[in-house]
Design a protein around this ligand. Structure first.
Ligand code: FAD
Ligand code: NAI
Length: 473
């Protein structure tokens, strides 16, 4: 089957790829997007890791499990009595699957609306041809001058312990557990470990998280990480730091993990299910990168410059398959910027203002530099902290855990970092991102009128705290 040449072929329809395809189509290009993800009926399921086994389904389960926890523990404080509270896990999973499907269908609709031609199957480089590159997908051979690779990432397994998705689970299996396990183990207390651990703990599992590093959430501002650790421990999440994981035996009755703790003492952890969340690896399997000489680094990531150009003219790469944080919004921003660069525009991604959010309860969100980073770089700074305990809306909500923390340059007052642990941190962080994009000072935020009563007043007060003049604390 031969197709007329496209202007742009995008390989992968995760947040990096599908957004790049839509933006390129908006700019007037004839665009093809190829994705191989299959739904349970074998049909197309665009949206990548994020939509199918990542951001969206995890947030659906976090929401369901949080409702359950509130109903079991917090409702009584509001005078709401409940009898015979129970969790229907099958219904929770069906709701999650429905949300995933809505997102898959939404992307197919957006492709139609923007006249992006979608191909369901694996796209692989066939070779360089006059006028660009040939990409094979099934029996079809597509040709385009510009190719955007957005093939994402896959879960890393522990050496010698492959995922069976029954007992030893990646993020995929972790989002499909059919009944609440009595005992759940997690290896890695990173973002997935904490989010997935929270879901199943809230639903009644006894959760133990084994983390290799001696510090909890080492990339997070220390004060914020400490507060979060305190909250998770109080909730009953057992987090063991500084462990060395040894042999893992998986059998019919469950999984046994041998490990030594920080003091060197040997332990065995017996669990019904084990989630391994030790990071993700760039995915170039099946791309046939060698056919065109596309350069990969030692981690298997596609080598790109700051503007997502690979070593090949006209070939770009974005998202998890390249350097930088593995975040959906980072992938999207790169996708947009690449489409604009192909069009001769000046697409731009500011890596210094990419927000991070961990959707636990309390939520953790931050943008910019941490206090330990500023200290290490020798930059003189001022810090301002405001606890949610002193915020009226947080009290009314019944969730006063945590704080907002501002870090600003000691001389110019420019905001260098904002760190939040507490209710709705995921939403509150946007104000800080906007402020930093506009190079605002802490005083700028302190002078802005914030609605009362709102959690955002804690942001204003933390900005006031930089100048040691909080009004409510
Ligand atoms: P992907 O989303 O991985 O998409 C790549 C696509 O390319 C896939 O559909 C794949 O099938 C397809 N593909 C690969 N090779 C080929 C080929 N040769 N031919 C055709 N198709 C191919 N990030 C956040 O920002 N917020 C969150 O809350 C969040 N939660 C997460 C929760 C979990 C459990 C996980 C695992 C990840 C989470 N992430 C989150 C990270 C986020 O999912 C990724 O950063 C994001 O999906 C990366 O987008 P991408 O487009 O680069 O790749
Ligand atoms: P991660 O990098 O966040 O955490 C992995 C953790 O595992 C680290 O703390 C690491 O020290 C630990 N670890 C590594 N090897 C180990 C070993 N052998 N034994 C014990 N611990 C070990 O990776 P994670 O949680 O797998 O998530 C992957 C990525 O997906 C994240 O980095 C993030 O980019 C993305 N993600 C984003 C989310 C969000 O934005 N809310 C949610 C979930 C995932």
């Amino acid at each position: 089957m031969s197709n007329p040449p496209f202007d742009v072929i995008v390989i992968g329809a995760g947040p990096g790829g599908y957004i790049a395809a839509i933006r390129a189509a908006q700019l007037g290009f004839n665009v093809a997007c190829i994705d191989e993800w299959k739904n349970d009926k074998g049909g197309p399921a665009p949206g990548g890791t994020c939509t199918n086994v990542g951001c969206i389904p995890s947030k659906a389960l976090l929401q369901s499990s949080e409702h359950f926890e509130h109903a079991g523990h917090a409702f009584a404080d509001h005078g709401i009595g409940l009898k015979d509270l129970r969790m229907d896990v099958a219904k929770m999973l069906a709701r999650k699957n429905q949300i995933v499907k809505q997102n898959n269908d939404g992307i197919l609709y957006l492709f139609k609306k923007n006249k992006v031609t979608f191909f369901h199957g694996r796209g692989s480089f066939a070779g360089a041809v006059a006028g660009g590159y040939e990409v094979a997908v099934g029996d079809a051979k597509l040709v385009a001058k510009q190719v955007v690779v957005a093939t994402g990432s896959v879960a890393r397994a522990l050496p010698g312990t492959p995922f069976d998705e029954e007992r030893v689970l990646s993020n995929d299996g972790a989002l499909r557990i059919g009944a609440v396990p009595k005992k759940l183990g997690l290896i890695g207390s990173g973002v997935i470990g904490l989010e997935m651990g929270s879901v199943w703990r809230r639903l009644g599992a006894e959760v133990t998280v084994l983390e290799a590093l001696p510090t909890f959430l080492g990339a997070v501002d220390e004060q914020i990480a400490k507060e979060a650790h305190k909250a998770f421990t109080k909730q009953g999440l057992k987090i063991e730091l500084g462990v060395k994981v040894g042999e893992i035996k998986s059998g019919k009755s469950g999984v046994e993990v041998e490990y030594t703790d920080a003091k060197g003492a040997a332990h065995k952890l017996a669990v019904d299910k084990l989630i391994v969340s030790i990071g993700r690896a760039p995915n170039t399997q099946g791309l046939n990168a060698q056919a065109v000489g596309l350069a990969l680094d030692e981690r298997g990531a596609i080598v790109v410059d700051a503007e997502c150009r690979t070593n090949l003219p006209g070939v770009w790469a974005v998202g998890d398959v390249v350097r930088g944080p593995m975040l959906a919004h980072k992938a999207e921003e790169e996708g947009v910027a690449v489409a604009e660069r192909i069009a001769g525009q000046h697409g731009h991604v500011n890596f210094d203002t990419i927000p991070w959010v961990i959707y636990t309860s309390p939520e953790i969100a931050w943008v910019g530099q941490t206090e330990q980073q500023l200290k290490a770089s020798g930059r003189a700074y001022k810090a301002g902290v405001f606890p949610f305990m002193a915020n009226g809306r947080a009290r009314a909500l019944g969730d006063t855990t945590g704080m907002v923390k501002f870090l600003a340059d000691a001389a110019t007052d420019e905001i260098l970092g904002v760190h939040i642990v507490g209710p709705m941190a995921s939403e509150l962080i946007s104000e800080a991102v906007v402020a930093m994009e506009f190079k605002a000072s802490a005083e700028d935020i302190a002078r802005i009128c914030h609605a009362h009563p709102s959690l955002s007043e804690a942001t204003k007060e933390a900005a006031l705290a930089v100048d040691k003049r909080t009004l409510n604390f």
